[in-house]
Unconditional design. Structure first.
Length: 83
């Protein structure tokens, strides 16, 4: 199962990345917070502090990933081509 579908690059996500060291990803609806955390850590070799999820009114599941202090979200965004 491919848990992470794609990163979101919106004004809000860029602001969160800069101020809170967070990135937003659209993920599989069946994925748990634990699965999302493990997948992000494995995929990007990054420390994850916290995962929050939200189901949108369109039925998509968004994961708000708070990275550890030693992992700047902007570096991961650069690798993904968001910046």
């Amino acid at each position: 199962m491919n848990i992470i579908k794609y990163p979101l690059s919106t004004e809000k996500s860029i602001r969160m990345m800069e101020s809170e060291n967070k990135l937003i990803f659209v993920v599989d609806k069946k994925a748990t917070k634990k699965q999302i955390k493990e997948e992000i850590e494995k995929e990007f070799n990054a420390g994850v502090k916290k995962v929050n999820v939200q189901i949108t009114h369109e039925g998509k599941k968004k994961a708000y990933i708070k990275f550890a202090d030693d992992t700047p979200a902007i570096d991961i965004a650069t690798k993904l081509g968001l910046m």
